[in-house]
Design a binder for this molecule. Structure first.
Ligand code: GLY
Ligand code: MN
Ligand code: MN
Length: 480
C-alpha cells in the first residue's frame, strides 16, 4: 500500500506532498478515547543491560558515547527491508524484536564520574498530531502504536527522550560515536580519538556469554532444531517442486519467523553439487533423491541471539556408500574439533584439530601423497583445496559475533569459559575435480554445531540434533 496522498521518495525519507486540509486535520484530532498502556513490565534482559552499561561506562570515563540503532534500509521506493537494529544498540538498551525501530540512539552522557544513559526514540504519534495518519514511516495508523517516552522509560528502565531533540543535545559536544549507521549522528558527531576503541569495546564485550545469554543461545538452537524438522518433513515436496531448494528455504524461514525475529543469516539450502559453493544463497536448484542437501540455517530470536547450524542430509533418507564414507571423515573431524574446545586452549586449535583429521583422511584415501606433517605446514596446507574455510567463529547476537575484536583477543587468542562458538569442518569435492574418483565428485559436506566453553571442555548446545549417519537416517525416517 502506497502512502495515499502520493508518496514522494526523497532518498530514505518519505514525505507527503499534499497537506491535509485544516478542517480535516482538526476533525482527525478529536473523538478519540485515551489509549494508555498499563501493566508495562521489564524484560529479563533489562537488568543485564544495567550491568553492561556500567562496564561500558567504566571503560570510557568522561567520554560521551553515542550508539545509534541505525536507520532503515530502503529496498525500493517506499519499501524498506525488515528492520534490525545495530547489535551494540540492542545489547546496551534491551530494545529488541518488534519494539526496535529505526533512528533510535543511546547516548551515554558523562555525569558524576560515571554516565547517565539516555535513550532517544521516535515516540508514538499521538492523536493531537497529524503524524499518526500522515507519516507512513512512523505514524501509528501506518506502522502500529509505539511507546511514549514515559512508557519506554518504564519498559527499559532508563531516561528516554524524543529523537527530535538529539541534534540539539549533541551539538558542539565532543562525543565518541559508532559511525556509519545513522546520518544524523554522523552529521552531528565529529570523529573522536576514542571512536575506534568504542567499536572494538562493544564487540569484545560480547566475547564471554553469561548464563542468560547461554540460555538464549540454547533457545535459538532448539528453535533451529524444529526448523530442521520442518525441512525434513518438506523434503518430499521439495523433490516434487521445481527449484525445490526454495521449498527447503521457505520451510525453515517459516520457523524463524514463527518462533523468532528472523533468520540469523541467509539460509544455505544447497542440494547436490551446490553444496560445494560455500555461500549458496541462490537456493534455486532442484532437489533430487540420491543427492545430499546441505542445510546451513539459524533462527534468530527476538533477543537477537542466533543459532548457526549445518546438517548434510541424504534427500532420499539413506546415504550412498560414497556419501557415507566422506561424511564419516567430516564427522570424525568435527568430533576432534569439539574435543579441542576447552579453556586455555588456542582458538586456532579447533581448526587444527579438525583439519588434521581431514588431511589424514585425504592421505588414507590416496588423494594426498605427502606426509601429514608436510601437509599441515601452514606454508603447504594442500588439504585446503577441499576444506576451504575456517572451522570456528564466535556466535551470539551476530552470527559472526565479536567481529571487531583484535586478533590477539579472538583469532590468535585463548579460549575462555563462556565463549560461544561454532565447530564446522567441511569437505567439498567440486564436480570437476579430477583428483577425486568420479563417485565423490560434486559431494559437499559440512557439520556445524554451536558450543559454549565450560570449565572442563565445552557444552554442545546442538548435541541433540543428530550427527551420525545412522542417527540422521533414523531422524529422517521418524519424520516421514
Ligand atoms: N552460516 C555462516 C557460517 O557458518 O559461518
Ligand atoms: Mn558458522
Ligand atoms: Mn553456518
Amino acid at each position: 500500500m502506497e502512502n495515499s496522498d502520493k508518496a514522494l521518495n526523497t532518498g530514505a525519507k518519505r514525505v507527503y506532498d499534499v497537506a491535509p486540509s485544516e478542517m480535516f486535520a482538526e476533525f482527525m484530532k478529536s473523538g478519540w478515547a485515551p489509549t494508555p498502556l498499563t501493566g508495562i513490565t521489564q524484560d529479563e534482559v533489562v537488568s543485564h543491560c544495567v550491568r553492561r552499561r556500567a562496564e561500558l561506562s567504566a571503560a570510557f570515563t568522561g567520554v560521551r558515547l553515542v550508539i545509534p540503532s541505525g536507520g532503515p534500509k530502503q529496498r525500493s521506493n517506499d519499501t524498506d527491508y525488515l528492520y534490525r537494529p545495530h547489535t551494540a544498540f540492542a545489547y546496551y538498551t534491551g530494545v529488541q524484536g518488534v519494539e526496535a525501530h529505526p533512528d533510535s540512539v543511546l547516548v551515554m552522557d558523562p555525569a558524576d564520574g560515571g554516565h547517565t544513559p539516555i535513550l532517544f526514540i521516535n515516540p508514538r504519534s499521538t492523536r493531537d498530531t497529524s503524524a499518526f495518519y500522515t507519516d507512513a514511516k512512523n505514524g501509528e495508523l501506518w506502522v502500529g502504536r509505539r511507546f511514549t517516552t514515559d512508557e519506554a522509560a518504564q519498559r527499559y528502565g532508563i531516561e528516554v527522550r524524543e529523537v527530535a531533540e538529539l541534534q540539539k543535545f549533541l551539538k558542539n559536544k565532543k562525543s565518541a560515536a559508532l559511525h556509519g549507521f545513522d546520518e544524523l549522528v554522523d552529521e552531528t558527531v565529529k570523529e573522536h580519538p576514542r571512536a575506534a576503541e568504542l567499536v572494538e569495546f562493544v564487540s569484545v564485550a560480547r566475547l564471554i556469554k553469561d548464563e542468560y545469554e547461554v540460555a538464549e543461545m540454547q533457545k535459538a538452537v532448539d528453535a533451529t532444531h524444529r526448523g530442521f524438522n520442518d525441512v525434513i518433513r518438506a523434503l518430499p515436496a521439495a523433490v516434487a517442486t521445481p527449484r525445490g531448494e526454495r521449498v527447503v528455504e521457505a520451510a525453515f524461514f517459516g520457523r524463524a519467523r514463527i518462533e523468532g525475529n528472523d533468520l540469523g543469516y541467509n539460509t544455505i539450502a544447497a542440494s547436490g553439487s551446490h553444496a560445494c559453493v560455500l555461500h549458496w544463497n541462490r537456493n534455486d536448484g532442484d532437489v533430487r533423491n540420491g543427492d545430499l542437501i546441505l542445510l546451513d540455517a539459524g533462527v534468530e530470536l527476538d533477543s537477537y541471539y542466533t543459532a548457526d547450524i549445518t546438517r548434510t542430509l541424504p534427500i532420499s533418507g539413506k546415504f550412498t556408500p560414497a556419501q557415507r564414507a566422506l561424511y564419516m571423515l567430516v564427522y570424525e573431524a568435527q568430533k576432534a574439533g569439539i574435543a579441542a574446545v576447552k579453556p586455555g586452549e588456542k582458538f586456532l586449535s579447533i581448526n587444527r584439530a579438525s583439519h588434521t583429521v581431514l588431511a589424514q583422511g585425504l592421505i588414507d584415501m590416496g588423494i594426498l601423497t605427502m606426509s601429514l606433517d608436510e601437509i599441515m605446514d601452514p606454508a603447504v596446507g594442500l588439504h585446503k583445496r577441499w576444506t576451504l574455510h575456517g572451522v570456528s567463529h564466535m556466535l551470539g547476537m551476530d552470527v559472526h559475533d565479536c567481529a571487531h575484536a583484535r586478533a590477539e583477543q579472538y583469532r590468535d587468542g585463548i579460549l575462555e569459559v563462556g565463549m560461544c562458538l561454532t565447530v564446522e569442518p567441511g569437505l567439498y569435492i567440486q564436480p570437476d575435480d579430477e583428483l577425486f574418483p568420479a563417485e565423490y565428485r560434486g559431494i559437499g559436506i559440512r557439520i556445524e554445531d554451536d558450543v559454549v566453553v565450560t570449565e572442563d571442555g565445552c557444552l554442545n548446545l546442538s548435541e541433540h540434533i543428530p550427527h551420525h549417519p545412522d542417527e540422521i537416517e533414523a531422524w529422517m525416517a521418524s519424520l516421514r
